[in-house]
Ligand binder design. Structure first.
Ligand code: HPA
Ligand code: ZN
Length: 325
């Protein structure tokens, strides 16, 4: 975990890939337990590989390292490790993405993944003081049929899943490719979110809204290239789950000082700050708050607005929301 001082401000984390919380220490421990050899001699050597040129260069390592996750216990341990770190950084509510196809393709069943994660999440209110939701993401560089098959395989566990999402390689895989599976998810009473406007164009954000009917946009920073889109997002107060340290590590923005977070807030967008894949991108959610505070000179009131936005954008009932605001 980062040594940066973290704000004590309570937050909801709404953009967090549980597989992206796999720290090198746990990766090596699980590799040993499962008899898997990693192509890195040490944790430091693995950390040394965390130098990314774009989203795809990160995804290559992210999927490769998942090889160590095999059993229910592994997924439970992964989630416990995240919850402990999140608690230390002020998180009170976490909406957690997982990528079932990245596991089923390796022969790990969807039940192993969901049951393992659920074991940790069920204990989270008691043990960590954190309420949680699970968001099942489809890999957009896989086929629409694979997403449908995955959704059907997850049906027995839908009571454990709050929403569906869309992640992985964005460019060339527009939201409209997944119209049918999102329709099925909405019919089943699930909320919908999608990564859009991270590397992909503003048109993908329009599609996520108009074709998939999403309740939130993940990232969405490229909306600023389209004034009509910004006006729509502001008018409807569609939440954007922005991930500043991720944006810099994946070269969406060259330096944190260039990040448009302040501009987005000034435009009236409902912006939240999140960590994305904290084990890979240099910090958990509190670290992201601290980093934007320092790089962009945000004052306490602005940080409190961001934290308040996170609870406004969370998939929680109004009574629970009122307790957080
Ligand atoms: N973008 C798309 N897919 C992802 C990401 C991301 O930032 N992190 C994990 N999968
Ligand atoms: Zn993401």
């Amino acid at each position: 975990m980062s040594d940066l001082p973290t704000p004590s401000i309570p937050t909801a984390e709404l953009h967090l890939h549980i597989e992206g919380t796999l720290e090198p220490e746990l990766a090596f421990a699980l590799a040993q337990r499962n008899g898997i050899s990693l192509p890195y001699a040490s944790e430091d050597e693995l950390r040394g590989a965390y130098s990314f040129t774009d989203l795809q260069s990160f995804l290559n390592l992210y999927y490769a390292l998942m090889a160590v996750l095999r059993t229910e216990d592994d997924f439970a341990e992964l989630a416990h490790a995240y919850l402990a770190r999140a608690r230390a950084q002020g998180v009170r509510h976490a909406e957690i993405f997982f990528d079932p196809q990245a596991h089923t393709v390796r022969g790990v069943s969807i039940g192993t993944v969901i049951d393992g994660l659920s074991r940790a999440l069920d204990e989270a209110p008691q043990t960590y003081g954190i309420t949680t939701r699970l968001i099942m993401c489809f890999l957009r560089d896989e086929s629409a049929q694979s997403a449908l098959t995955t959704f059907e395989a997850a049906r027995p566990w839908l009571d454990r899943i709050a929403a569906v999402g869309l992640d992985s390689a964005e460019v060339g895989n527009p939201p409209s490719k997944f119209r049918e599976v999102f329709e099925r998810a909405r019919d089943a009473g699930l909320k919908c979110v999608a990564h859009a406007g991270e590397e992909g164009p503003p048109g993908y954000v329009w599609e996520a809204l108009d074709v998939l009917g999403v309740d939130r946009i993940d990232h969405g920073v490229r909306c600023l290239e389209d004034a009509d889109l910004v006006a729509r997002l502001v008018a409807e107060q569609v939440p954007l789950t922005v991930c500043p340290l991720s944006n810099v590590r994946l070269r969406v923005h060259e330096r944190l000082a260039d990040h448009p977070l302040r501009e987005m807030l000034t435009a009236g967008l409902l912006v939240t700050v999140n960590s994305d894949d904290p084990a890979y991108f240099g910090g958990y959610v509190g670290d992201n708050y601290t980093a934007v505070r320092d790089a962009l000179g945000l004052d306490g009131a602005t940080l409190r607005t961001l934290a308040r936005n996170s609870f406004l954008a969370a998939f929680i009932d109004e009574e629970t929301r009122a307790g957080y605001l």
